[in-house]
Design a protein around this ligand. Structure first.
Ligand SMILES: Nc1nc2c(ncn2[C@@H]2O[C@H](COP(=O)(O)OP(=O)(O)OP(=O)(O)O)[C@@H](O)[C@H]2O)c(=O)[nH]1
Length: 738
């Protein structure tokens, strides 16, 4: 299996042409099967009275449950760990679906896009709402493929808790590390689910160890597996000292029994579980003072007397404090262990009010929401997914978009049920809503009830938020953390079938960009062609496919090219003068500047001014200088690729009165290009971080292949029967079709 992570490093080597397909084998098999049986799906809308439709069984009449009973949960993992399979089981057991979906048959609920069903992968995360034992769970299935990392990030920041799914035979994998770090960044409490316990090679111990070592997390073993691989038949609940066995004859896993462990029938297992429980109690006591006092006081003589509820409450506290992570196990495919996982979600993960969002008091109960996803529906126009942090949303409500500085009206309000959407009259804080009618709201926008409400919140932020919020301008203070969009690594030209269709293509690309900010569209100044820039081959392929399927526009892609970058290795100075008379006006600028390399990676040039320049520099002139610097860095002298990791110091600037800002920009830009030409230059190429799992027999063959692809090996580890190679390979060497 190959997984990856992008990085830019310096390299000058010549690039040989090689062929590799980095899709893993099981996915390719699945995609072949699926192509035969695909049935395209549209999105359905139903109004409240017709709510209990064929696919929707469990939406309770309670549309706005008490906030303490809401769980906004994400499922995150490495590709293929079983997120979608686990989600399908969750939906089935919660009563949301009536039959079990299967990724290998292409009939899952959350992977509803045609491409997802055909390929068996999750591309767009879908939000699903269901109820479990009196709790409202909003669950978001996130993609694991590296090309869709932005989708994961976008969804993670609106979650209150997450379930990290692992393949128990592989433990922590490359993409798990990435999503784990993303969850750390947004401070999201987590539960770990060691899936695939039925798989040959599954090892509970190994997977737990990898969580400890690679994620540097403290695993709390709330369960132990009953058997591993083919022998896996259930789990032991360590907290309650119970055995959970699934009926081997049941084909949907609904049927399982929970029995207390007894000395008479299970002496060995009881001993092992008691030891595990004692270790768990000690571990939690080490992390939680309140629990330590309780244990050392009343129960120090005999931990067996400690009630399960007290232990659960303490586990909940440490999970919310993110000082440890509960670990559960099971096999989603074999329908074992999913119901206890759902129980754990409600017991250990936080409700929206238990997250300390510092901006909430500033709104004083007024509307504050974050648009975290935009979808384009052919009939309804843009559908915006929103996380409501405070206040309420209703149909016909006018809202103020802080980022766009505009007011828009919500026409309809829906509860998202994957490809089914239920029309509702209102939705309150803590929930995830789907709105219709917002034409200007884009992914990442912050929503308030009105401009005056946003300004009042800004004032409170200034008085209550301390220095941190005083630094920024009024609007910035209120914006909920934005998604960092990574730089694209691939690009290709895209052409409509005829020139007359160019406006259609422009419109489609605009719609797709609102949904997916990691897709960039440029116009090639030399050829006049439209250029698509994306996060990977799969990303561009999917976009191409969607343009055809969803918008009925056949387009032609040019060859896929790697997005190189350029940098310089030494500092150079240059001077330039622009003297032009246009009509009766003389424009005269002289600039002296220095372009130098910087240590820390920076896509945008770092700009510095000498004291004599910055003194009395009018804002318009400063903007003109910066525009000139940015435009010059868009095209480096070697390949015409963007220049990065540079700083520009403006040493002197003389502007003749009456000189236009365009001329200032032009002079600065020309001066920088002159300096860049003089400097020692280097091309930067994107590298993929690879993790290759290979049996011992093939190790030398794979190493030779990686060497041929100019790969750098970081380490080779042993995992049971397999060798795990990690390293970097230039992206250009692992493109499909090269
Ligand atoms: N043996 C075994 N296989 C499983 C289990 N869960 C999932 N699988 C298989 O693993 C493969 C990947 O499952 P998915 O549910 O699509 O995994 P995913 O993490 O959603 O994948 P992406 O959405 O593409 O990231 C499929 O072939 C599943 O049938 C399990 O518990 N045991």
């Amino acid at each position: 299996m190959v997984s990856n992570l992008m990085k830019f490093v310096v390299s000058h080597k010549k690039i040989p042409i090689l062929h590799v397909n980095n899709m893993c084998c099981s996915k390719m098999r699945a995609s072949l099967q699926r192509l035969k049986s695909h049935v395209p799906l549209g999105r359905n809308y139903s109004s409240l009275p017709g709510l209990i439709g064929n696919d929707i069984k469990s939406l309770h009449s309670v549309i706005n449950p008490p906030i303490a009973k809401i769980r906004n949960i994400g499922i995150m993992a490495h590709i293929d760990a079983g997120k979608t399979t686990t989600t399908e089981r969750i939906l089935y057991y919660s009563g949301y679906t009536r039959s079990l979906g299967d990724v290998d048959d292409g009939d899952t609920v959350t992977d509803f896009m045609a491409q997802e069903r055909e390929r068996g992968i999750t591309i767009q995360s879908a939000a699903v709402t269901f109820d479990w034992k009196g709790y409202r769970v909003n669950l978001i299935d996130t993609p694991g493929h590296v090309d869709f990392t932005l989708e994961v990030e976008r969804c993670l920041r609106v979650l209150d808790g997450a379930v990290a799914v692992f393949d128990a035979s592989a433990g922590v994998e490359a993409q798990t590390l990435t999503v784990w770090r993303q969850a750390d960044k947004h401070r999201i409490p987590r539960i770990c689910f060691l899936n695939k316990m039925d798989k040959t090679g599954a090892s509970f111990k190994y997977a737990v160890e990898s969580i400890r070592e690679k994620l540097k997390a403290k695993p709390l073993l709330l369960q132990l597996p009953l058997g591993e691989g083919k022998a896996f038949k259930g789990v032991v609940d360590v907290v309650n000292k119970e055995k959970l066995l699934w009926n081997p004859n049941s084909d949907d896993g609904k049927d399982f029994v929970r029995n207390p462990l007894l000395e008479m029938s299970d002496p060995e297992l009881l001993k092992e579980t008691t030891e595990a429980r004692n270790a768990l109690i000690e571990q939690v006591a080490d992390l939680d003072d309140e629990f330590a006092d309780l244990v050392l006081g009343e129960f120090s003589e005999n931990f067996d007397l400690l009630p399960a509820e007290k232990l659960q409450t303490a586990i909940r506290r440490v999970t919310l404090a993110q000082t440890a992570v509960p670990v559960l196990c099971g096999s989603a495919l074999k329908n074992k262990g999913v119901q206890p996982l759902l129980d754990a979600v409600t017991v250990y993960l936080p409700s929206p009010e238990e997250r300390n969002y510092e901006f909430l008091p500033w709104y004083k109960g007024d509307l504050c929401a974050l648009a975290f996803k935009v979808l384009h529906d052919k009939q309804r126009g843009p559908l915006v997914f929103m996380r409501i942090y405070s206040g309420m949303i209703k149909p016909q409500l006018a809202i103020y978009n802080i980022n766009g500085n505009c007011t828009e009206r919500i026409s309809r309000l829906l509860l998202p049920f994957a490809d089914q959407h239920i029309e509702i009259p209102s939705l309150t804080a803590g929930n995830i809503a789907l709105t219709v009618g917002l034409k200007h709201t884009a992914t990442g926008d912050t929503i308030a009830s009105s401009k005056s409400s946003a300004l009042a919140a800004a004032r409170r932020a200034e008085t209550e938020g301390g220095k941190k919020h005083r630094r920024n301008n009024e609007a910035e203070r209120l914006l909920l953390a934005g998604v960092e969009i990574p730089e694209p690594v691939f690009f290709c030209t895209i052409e409509p079938p005829s020139v007359a269709k160019q406006p259609d293509l422009d419109y489609v690309l605009k719609c797709l960009q609102r949904e997916d900010p990691s897709l960039k569209v440029k116009l090639d100044a030399d050829s006049g062609q439209t250029v698509l820039c994306g996060m990977g081959e799969l990303h561009i392929e999917i976009i191409h496919d969607r343009i055809k399927r969803e918008y009925g526009l056949e387009t032609y892609l040019g060859p896929l090219q790697v997005a190189y970058r350029e940098t310089i290795l030494n500092a150079v100075r240059a001077t330039d003068t622009l003297d032009r008379t246009l009509g009766d006006k003389r424009h005269l600028v002289t600039v002296e500047l220095e372009v130098k390399p910087v240590e820390t990676a920076s896509v945008m040039p770092v700009i510095e001014y000498a004291g004599s320049v910055s003194e009395d520099l009018p804002t318009a002139s400063q903007e003109a200088i910066e525009n000139g610097i940015h435009s010059a860095c868009l095209q480096g002298p070697l390949l015409g690729s963007p220049v990065q990791d540079v700083a520009v110091a403006v040493h002197s600037l003389v502007i003749h009165p009456g000189t236009s800002t365009t001329m200032i920009s032009a002079c600065v830009s020309r001066c920088i290009q002159k300096a860049l030409k003089k400097a020692d230059k280097q091309v930067l190429e994107p590298l993929m971080k690879l993790e290759v799992t290979v049996t011992r027999d093939y190790l030398s063959l794979v190493l030779a292949d990686l060497a041929q692809r100019r790969g750098t090996i970081q380490e080779i580890q042993t995992r049971q029967e397999n060798k795990i190679i990690t390293g970097f390979v230039p992206l250009a060497e692992i493109m499909v079709g090269t």
